[in-house]
Ligand binder design. Structure first.
Ligand code: PNS
Length: 166
């Protein structure tokens, strides 16, 4: 039987606990999970794709059959390269549905072999997004418990580095 490979794509700028929760839910279902980081440097991400891949690799070090890669171009082409048939996306609330529905159907049209499955993160994370994490943190808010410690440290380095002493 061929391996059940899932691709979990996203920007992950940065990864938060809702993303980790989805990855953990994938592990018992699939033989292999590929976290696919979109190369979207044009959008001026807070963390470069190399930084995002490294941060996720570090966080997933102890998780079995899970790896991190970056991709550009069409997701369905990346799926073919990986010989994967399943896209995993997190669905937090009804408001996510329209965008996700459009993407899932477009991906299916582009490549009928590809199916999208949706997993719901833990309720505690249903309001969480990378955009909110960045906004709240950059305005001085507390995001402890919403992102892994490694990500919190990186946010501190990137956004709240103390000014050098003159
Ligand atoms: O976490 P995000 O930013 O919502 O993830 C969006 C992502 C990366 C899944 C989506 O933008 C994507 O798949 N981009 C790759 C380009 C592509 O295939 N576009 C057509 C999608 S229907």
């Amino acid at each position: 039987m061929s391996k059940r490979i899932a691709v979990y794509p996203g920007s992950f700028d940065p990864l938060h606990n809702g993303h980790l929760d989805i990855i953990d839910r994938c592990l018992p279902i699939f033989d292999e999970v590929v976290v696919a980081v979109l190369l979207n440097e044009g959008k001026k991400p807070l963390f470069s794709s190399e930084e995002r891949v490294a941060m996720i690799q570090e966080l997933l070090r102890d998780r079995p059959h899970c790896r991190v890669e970056s991709f550009s171009g069409l997701l369905v082409d990346f799926m073919d390269q990986k010989q994967a048939r399943t896209v995993v996306r997190g669905l937090r609330a009804v408001s996510d549905f329209e965008y996700e529905f459009q993407m899932a159907l477009m991906n299916r049209r582009l490549n009928p072999r590809v199916e999208t499955v949706f997993l719901m993160p833990k309720e505690d994370y249903s309001y969480l997004s990378s955009r909110l994490v960045k906004e709240v943190f950059s305005l001085g808010g507390n995001v402890e418990g919403l992102v892994p410690q490694t990500v919190l440290d990186l946010l501190h380095k990137r956004l709240r580095q103390p000014a050098p002493v003159a």
